[in-house]
Design a protein around this ligand. Structure first.
Ligand code: CA
Length: 231
C-alpha cells in the first residue's frame, strides 16, 4: 500500500464516532485507512493491512495501547501516533518509553491529527530513505564536556539553563519531552519554577539558534505536551 496514496493508516479506536471523523479527514487528505475497535484486533489487522502508520488509542477493550505499541516496536519500524484521553497521561507514557513517534490528546482536532500523520510519515520516510546517501553535515554541535554549543561552527551564547535544555533535547533527537520532564532534567530544584518557564527558555533558545544561522524550527512544539528537537 501507499504507492497511489500518501499512505495507508491503521486506526485503532473504540469510539466509532471518533473513528468515523478521523476516517473522513484522512480520506479527505488522500489517505486510505482501516479501522479496528478492539485491542485484540490490532495486531492481526496490522499484519493483514501492512499500514504505513498506526493511530493507536490508549484505552481500548481487549489489549491496551501500551501493549500494542510495544508489540509493534518489536515487529518493526512502523510509525505510531498514540492517542490519549488525558494530557497527564502523556507524562506516564513518555516515562514508559514505549516508543511512540508522537502523542495526541483528546479532545483533538481531526485536522491536527491528519497534519501529524503527514509530519510523522515524512520524518519516517526521510529517515529510512537511501541508506547509501552521504551523511548530511552536522548543523548543530553540543559538547556537554565543555558546555559549549555551535551552529555550523558559530558558537552560541547560552545561559547554563538554556545549554542544559539544548543538551537534553539534542541528546534524544526526535524524542518528545513533556514540559515536566524537561524541568526535571534542567533544574536541580524544580520547586522554584513553573511549566511556563520552559516556554520562555525555549523561546530564547530558538531565537539564539536562528541568529546563529540555525532554525527556530529545530525545536518543535508538540501541542499540549511539550517539545522535541529535529534537525
Ligand atoms: Ca478509547
Amino acid at each position: 500500500m501507499g504507492l497511489q496514496t500518501p499512505g495507508h493508516v491503521l486506526v485503532v479506536e473504540d469510539e466509532p464516532r471518533l473513528a468515523a471523523v478521523l476516517g473522513d479527514y484522512l480520506a479527505a487528505a488522500g489517505y486510505t485507512h482501516h479501522w479496528v475497535a478492539d485491542g485484540n484486533a490490532a495486531l492481526p489487522a496490522f499484519h493483514a493491512q501492512r499500514p504505513d502508520l498506526v493511530l493507536l488509542d490508549l484505552m481500548l477493550p481487549g489489549r491496551d495501547g501500551v501493549e500494542i505499541c510495544r508489540d509493534l516496536r518489536r515487529i518493526g519500524a512502523v510509525p505510531v501516533i498514540m492517542v490519549t484521553a488525558r494530557v497527564e497521561e502523556v507524562d506516564r507514557l513518555l516515562g514508559l518509553e514505549i516508543g511512540a513517534d508522537d502523542y495526541v490528546c483528546k479532545p483533538f482536532s481531526p485536522r491536527e491529527v491528519v497534519a501529524r500523520v503527514g509530519a510523522v510519515l515524512r520524518r519516517h520516510r526521510t529517515a529510512s530513505a537511501s541508506p547509501l546517501a552521504a551523511p548530511a553535515p552536522v548543523p548543530l554541535r553540543v559538547d556537554e564536556a565543555t558546555g559549549r554549543a555551535s551552529v555550523r561552527g558559530r558558537e552560541l551564547d547560552l545561559t547554563p539553563v538554556e545549554f542544559r535544555l539544548l543538551a537534553v533535547l539534542h541528546g534524544a533527537l526526535g524524542r518528545a519531552f513533556s514540559r515536566d520532564q524537561l524541568l526535571g532534567r534542567i533544574y536541580d530544584d524544580r520547586r522554584v519554577v513553573t511549566d511556563r518557564t520552559i516556554d520562555s527558555h525555549v523561546k530564547n533558545l530558538r531565537r539564539k539558534l536562528a541568529e546563529a544561522g540555525g532554525s527556530e524550527d529545530w525545536i518543535k512544539s508538540i501541542y499540549s505536551v511539550g517539545y522535541r528537537m529535529e534537525l
